[in-house]
Design a protein around this ligand. Structure first.
Ligand code: AMP
Length: 567
């Protein structure tokens, strides 16, 4: 298959922004692509030459591209640079110089998809001494045979600037359309084998039946089961008949594959991070008894001194690391907490319930203290016990809980309704009462510029000051429900003014507003003993009387909760 056909398709894709039209264009190309080119064409459509878990990535720097254009077209580096400066686009620069050259010489060899794909891969795989020259040679070889339009897209692909709008969802629909399949069938297959190049081949050769037969393969990552949000712990545990609670660790989702002595570690984004975490591979060899096994877990970074978990940002510096891995191992020690098993000695466990899988996991894992653990777990439906467990998780420095349905199955890539629910604390908004204010100045003169907020004392019913709100109120009208302008709020407050002292106003506690904030702090100045840090106006609560606003009990509770989470 000629590369020109692909270049024409890129051009067509650029001429429309409509998704359906793009899908049609891609599907037509996929349909007429011979089987031996299908994988390459599907990958190249998305600008890739490797699946996400491959070690190499295509990508050359501008400097290399400038040299390659010069070498291939006989222009000088300076000429290429000058042209590039004008357009700011090396793709267009490559196209223009190829065009010029074509006017002088007659076309040479025709570029095939196979040749372009092979050279792209070779470019990505070069390393060590002399690699820059070899890369340049491979790239110049392609450009010197390219027609202008081909040069444009060759350049954009290796510069990783191919923006033709073909993302995963579009490829999925195009494959389905080309081979008359349901998009869900294509997506399901992709969840087991996240490589649309291979999926397209199987779809063409074997149809829906072939797709259904796709299974997990050791050494190839699959998409992971995801958790859904739950509003609160009570709702979460009431959602299922049988419940497994687990600590929610804030780290890197890690799927460990073991085949004999070979270990792979994959992330949720399908990257292979085995080389960045050699210690996990070592622990896995010791901790996992089975010959062939795939388990699911979360890798956590720990404080080297205290052993407490540290934020994900630190761990993330280890994820793509190729150099100084040993040093990073010492500085940022890790622990893995495993919570599921997908595959054991030749068989997937997708027909087993969460309860059965967890039992098998416990049998198959020999824990290594503080290094390779089974996730902290508790089976209970008792709300009090669950709340206590939640607090323990937060107090230990973790994110919250995952509430799991013991009767559910593991389906890769999907948050299965009735599977996993996540619970973590959020800073909840407070409904507060306006107890005072200050006249604005400048543009805001004649209106109330800032508001003093009061919280209802749970014992006495009095309103105690807890913060001052100066932002979030607009001078202009907004469409949003519950929003209000400064003028309007001034009109509401005027009849409620109790007294004025200079700019300061005391206001009868009648009006309730919802307030967001960053943090609750202890305060010696406010009568409530608490102060909201960075309070902001969310909306009016005309549906609430002052007596129904939040009280000091709730404020205290939120303060305590925040203390636990912050530790
Ligand atoms: P989130 O990233 O907030 O959507 O929460 C879901 C993620 O929590 C999962 O993808 C895992 O990476 C992580 N996680 C931490 N602990 C667990 C656990 N015990 N079970 C399942 N997932 C967990």
């Amino acid at each position: 298959m000629r590369y020109e056909l692909l270049a024409d398709t890129y051009g067509e894709l650029e001429s429309t922004t409509k998704k359906l039209a793009k899908t049609e264009i891609v599907s037509k190309l996929i349909k007429k692509t011979p089987i031996e080119n299908l994988e390459e064409v599907v990958m190249l459509l998305t600008g890739k030459v490797f699946p996400p878990w491959a070690e190499h990535e295509i990508g050359v720097a501008n400097q290399m591209m400038i040299k390659a254009i010069a070498k291939a077209t006989g222009a000088s580096d300076k000429e290429v640079v000058d042209k590039f400066r004008k357009s700011g686009d090396l793709g267009l620069t490559a196209e223009a110089f190829t065009e010029k050259k074509r006017q002088r010489t007659l076309g040479s060899e025709e570029l095939t998809v196979k040749k372009v794909f092979a050279n792209f891969r070779e470019i990505a795989e070069q390393s060590g001494s002399g690699s820059q020259d070899r890369k340049l040679g491979l790239l110049a070889e392609l450009l010197s045979s390219a027609k202008p339009k081909e040069a444009l897209y060759i350049a954009r692909t290796v510069l990783e600037q191919l923006r033709v709008g073909v993302a995963e969802g579009l490829i999925r629909n195009a494959i389905a359309q080309a081979f008359e399949l349901k998009p869900e069938d294509v997506e399901n297959a992709w969840n087991f084998l996240p490589d649309y190049g291979e999926i397209a081949k199987i779809a063409k050769e074997k149809g829906a039946k072939g797709l259904q037969k796709i299974d997990l393969k050791l050494g190839t990552p699959c998409n992971v089961l995801l958790a859904e949000k739950a509003p609160d712990l009570k709702t979460a545990i009431e959602s299922f008949e049988h419940v497994l609670l687990q600590y929610k660790y804030d780290g890197m989702r890690s799927l460990i594959h073991k085949k004999g002595e070979k270990i792979w570690i994959f992330t949720r984004r399908l990257e292979d991070v085995t080389k960045a975490f050699p210690e996990i591979a070592d622990y896995a060899k010791k901790a996992l008894k089975a010959k062939e096994i795939i388990i699911d877990g979360e890798t956590l970074a720990l404080d080297a001194k205290t052993g407490r978990p540290i934020p994900f940002q630190k761990l993330s510096t280890r994820i793509k690391r190729k150099y100084d891995v040993e040093k990073a191992m010492k500085e940022i020690p890790v622990q893995i907490n495993v919570f599921d098993i997908l595959y054991l000695d030749g068989k997937t466990l997708f027909d087993k319930t969460q309860r059965e899988r967890f039992e098998i996991l416990k049998e198959e894992v020999k824990e290594i203290k503080d290094k390779f653990r089974i996730a902290d777990s508790l089976i209970t439906k008792d709300l009090e016990k669950a709340e206590k467990y939640y607090k323990e998780s937060l107090a230990a420095g973790h994110e919250g809980l995952i509430v799991k349905n013991l009767d559910s199955l593991y389906i890769p890539g999907r948050s299965v309704a009735g599977g996993w629910l996540k619970i973590k604390p959020v800073m909840e908004n407070l409904d507060l009462v306006i107890v005072g204010g200050m006249w604005g100045s400048g543009k805001r003169a004649g209106t109330v510029g800032s508001l003093i907020l009061g919280i209802r004392d749970a014992d006495t019913g009095k309103f105690l000051e807890c913060g001052m709100l100066g932002t979030g109120l607009k001078e202009k009208e907004s469409e949003q429900e519950g929003s209000i302008t400064l003028k309007e709020i001034t009109k509401m407050l005027r009849p409620l003014i109790i007294s004025e002292d200079g700019n300061n106003l005391k206001i009868k506690p009648k009006i309730v507003i919802e307030v967001g904030y960053q943090e609750i702090q202890k305060s010696p100045t406010y009568a409530s003993n608490y102060a909201l840090r960075f309070p902001r106006f969310i909306r009016m609560r005309p549906d609430k009387a002052a007596e129904e606003a939040d009280d000091t009990e709730r404020l205290k509770k939120l303060y305590e909760m925040q203390k636990i989470t912050k530790k």
